[in-house]
Write a protein that binds this ligand. Structure first.
Ligand SMILES: Cc1cc2nc3c(=O)[nH]c(=O)nc-3n(C[C@H](O)[C@H](O)[C@H](O)COP(=O)(O)O)c2cc1C
Length: 219
């Protein structure tokens, strides 16, 4: 299939080795940040933080979180141009949601007189996914994966290489970036940059996906 979207998605792949000398331009980083921000989420909750590790100091802190496990991902911490920590709010509250409804009104998306309808009505979705302790991290984490999918596609279009990493030490990241996370939880990260020619064994391999009829049913 020659559609440009299919070409982008066939071209993107999980990079296994980065060229430490190549950096993503500031202009492209701004596009990536906006694309993250524009990701969709249930009831427009946006229960996320994206922490972009750009400085050598921040990258080294991330590098050190691999001391106990998932060392196969560790080189990306310092060799990739940037890494994005995807974090979710494990206790998303009505106070948090108010900020969203405020933005709905100030942006002109929602008429002011419908403020309470949206706040109380849509928040029902959150309540359905919240336990007795106020934990709704399964639901908020699911939202951050939508942002991951969105940014993988964006990066494919931009020709920027990437590595999604669930192979990270969430506990150590929580300690190392405690201040920046501010109560949010990071369970996965995304290294981004440019691959190292001849040393990235995943580059150029064919896509290995299940047959379309196994995964898509048309009725
Ligand atoms: C949520 C998620 C977590 C992943 N975690 C890792 C990881 O820790 N390390 C790694 O090298 N690849 C990781 N991958 C890459 C997958 O193995 C890869 O996306 C899959 O094999 C499909 O290959 P492709 O991305 O090259 O198309 C992850 C992918 C996703 C979507």
């Amino acid at each position: 299939m020659t559609h440009p979207i299919i070409q982008d998605l066939n071209r993107r792949y999980t990079t296994k080795k980065y060229d430490a000398n190549q950096r993503i331009s500031e202009q492209d980083i701004q596009v990536i940040k906006q694309a993250l921000r524009l990701s969709a989420s249930s009831i427009n909750s946006q229960p996320w933080k994206f922490i972009v590790l750009e400085s050598d100091e921040a990258k080294q802190r991330f590098h050190d979180t691999f001391v106990n496990k998932f060392q196969f991902n560790q080189p990306h911490a310092t060799e990739a141009s940037h890494t994005i920590l995807f974090a979710h709010n494990p206790h998303f509250t009505k106070e948090d949601y108010k900020k969203v409804v405020d933005a709905e009104v100030t942006s002109g998306h929602l008429p002011a007189e419908r403020y309470n309808d949206m706040l109380n009505g849509a928040f029902g979705f959150v309540e359905l996914n919240t336990d007795n302790q106020g934990f709704n991290g399964h639901w908020t984490k699911a939202q951050t994966y939508i942002a991951l999918g969105n940014i993988l596609h964006t990066l494919a279009r931009m020709g920027i290489a990437s590595t999604p990493m669930e192979g990270v030490d969430a506990e150590l990241i929580g300690e190392t970036f405690k201040q920046e996370l501010d109560g949010y939880q990071c369970d996965f990260a995304l290294a981004i940059g440019y691959h190292k020619q001849d040393e990235d064994y995943n580059h150029g391999l064919p896509k290995a996906r299940l047959p379309i009829d196994d995964v898509v049913t048309t009725l």
